[in-house]
Ligand binder design. Sequence first.
Ligand code: H2P
Length: 860
Amino acid sequence: GKEKWPRGEEKVWKECMRDVDTEVSSITKSFVNHVQTSLARQPYNLDNLGAYQAAALSVRDNLLVNWNETALQYTRKAPKRAYYLSLEFLMGRTLDNALLNLGLKDQYSQGVKKLGFSMEDILDQERDAALGNGGLGRLAACYLDSSASQELPVWGYGLRYKYGIFQQLISPAGEQLEAPDPWLDNQNPWELPRLDVAYEVRFYGHADRLNDGTPRAVWAGGQEVLAVAYDVMIPGCYTKTTNNLRLWESKPKRGFDLNSFNAGNYEGAVESSNSAAAITSVLYPNDHTSFGKELRLKQQYFWTAASLADILRRFKNIGKPITEFPDYVAIQLNDTHPTLAIPELMRILIDEEDQPWATAWQIVTNTFFYTNHTVLPEALEKWPVPLLEHLLPRHLQIIYDINLLFLQSVEKKFPGDRDRLARMSLIEEGFPKQVRMAYLACIGSRKVNGVAELHSDLVKTTILKDFVEFEGISKFGNVTNGITPRRWLDQCNPELSALISTTLKVDKAVWLKELTRLEELLPKTEDEAFRKEWAAIKQRNKERLAHHVQTTLGLTINTKAMFDVQIKRLHEYKRQTLNILGVIHRYLTLKNMTAEEKKKVNPRVVFFAGKAAPAYYIAKLVSAPSLPLPLPLYFIAWLTPFGTHQTIRLIVNVARIINEDPDTKDLLSLYFLPDYSVSLAEVLIPASDISQHISTAGTEASGTSNMKFCLNGGLLLGTVDGANIEIAEEVGESNVFFFGHLTPAVEDLRYQHTYHPIPIEEKCPALANVLNQVSAGLFGDADVYEPLLNTIRQGDHYLLSDDFDSYIAALAMVDEAYLDQTEWVKKSIRTTAKMGKFSSDRAINEYAESYWNIEAQRIA
Ligand code: H2P
């Protein structure tokens, strides 16, 4: 409906501007002040958006005080600090989180109510900061929250993209359409532009070795752009500690080329300005394929160079010799994206600080830590040598030097093993040659880790096996991912959070930071009244989701049904296709049932949400960056993941048919919710009865939404993969629904598919039938889906035909278990109770102790 304003009463507004006796009045006063001064609007004449902005600015004032104090103390005490370099920070909304962490939510709610607003409406005005794709970026955001909450001196460094992850629209035909996400259009009250913090970053030019007996070289010429800092405050939960996330924006150094302009070349005059600004214009959608795009490489260097310059300046202020750098600084590389920081620090130490090679390498390899997030070979970053040579000539020299010395030491340990040298070289032979970034990150770091037990084992035994043999196993570890219980329980599920506090008889300020205390809920599984309350909260969360879908999409959802949810980026390995084919199987089964049989069926609502990597999105947003030479080889084709687009289309069209089918619609319905985001996840997760994490075994490094669902009492249906395994270890296998082949079988099965294929009709008749119905046009557009269906009929790289039968069996087990609601609710309580391990506080403390060697700092 249309928003009515002005809101509240003019008389009350006037009063609020004066008295400041209570906490609430000081809040209303600062609110009204911001309306008048910061927003330059008349008091008592405000819409919800204005109210959000005023509230945000007022809350920001509180954060600023703590943020300054934290910075001051870090500067004075100069403890060792850690820096988390991530190309993605998927922060979502900030206001609610800031209010929780400051412990001011109730007071602000009362304050804005006095002025005629509701906190809920105000919170809803905020746009998600969607500077990330999925798990990797959200993990970075959870780690920042935990660092501050655990009072650890950790800063994040990233890029301030003008456009976050694209907005997803679904066309009537079911196609994904992509629109830019102009998240900064309404101004962003949470960022502090720091025009005083800026660095010059060079690209292109030429590098000349001095050949004076030192390893030094001079890198000159080319293009210089400016990196300007924007700071985002990261408040800890119930602590003064307020850390910083520094995001860089690119700007032209001179802005405008007056010479070109005077010579009448108007376009040329702004060209350099355009290309400099382009660097931080868009977040690259990630489809788990490596693509050699110049702009992406520019982003990576721009960000690592600016961040290192900033870190180095801060270190120098302490006045210690450069050799002590690793005693004061730990740098975490979130995946290989910031790996250029390794040759960049070498360059600074050698060319600018005049350090000998060995000293520089010693400093570097004691400073960096590298986290791997995937073992999918197609996702491992590689950069074409000619592109690097053109864009970063000095860095390529350094990479070659690192490689030479490295291979010499390998040769020493394994004399004459030429295959090994070829396997381990940082340079992959081919046309063009490519630099293997994961190997560079590995040898340039002090430690390397994966993100769940199974994944870390796979890292050690597959992609980095040779490196384990060469460097020793102790360099390689595991830190199982975690999630922040502040956002993923307290904020998204306030009723459950309140119930937990009353039951544990302890304030949430305590258990939210000591999540293993949830175990105290275990005895409550036997308490009927408690179970009732638990179930009632789940029910209200389902209604909240239904209401959300009703108001945003105009669809009515049956809240009496079981809610079955799969939300994550669309990718072949995550197997959304398996899920939709399972839905079709269920539909066909229902169609064949008698009325009597149907009475025993439990209604189910299936939800999907997630984005598929778009094909031409970047090309549309940024004019194609100029290529150095007319060599098409630079273009590593950006593999268009058409399969995932067809999956979305299939989901939407299956929904269209089955949601309208009078034979089945009361028992099965299906929704694809467009434009998946952190905020949407916050509504979906608490409402789920069962969630699906069904990747082919060995492909999902960890998964983190699995943890979020379980923390909110949703049960898990999944494969024996990633963190699913550790969740089952905690909650007990009887409380999860596992299916599918195990990791060690995958290779053999794939071999079989290639060399001894069995026709799908023979191997899995149930699946063959489903595929044939789709081919026959049951859901329209038959020919559209044929390529997708054929990837299953032939090759079937992700083993849908091998896992389908056990998947259907697992779904049936879920149905059966759900019929016994008492037992189901017990499982739900047990699941939440055993999720303590998956707090990102535990994970961040592991990094702090076993990796970075940093200590908590109490901000007085
Ligand atoms: C990735 C992995 C996940 C992992 C996450 C965080 C890259 O996220 O695939 O398994 O949990 O990093 O470590 P995603 O697929 O969501 O983009």
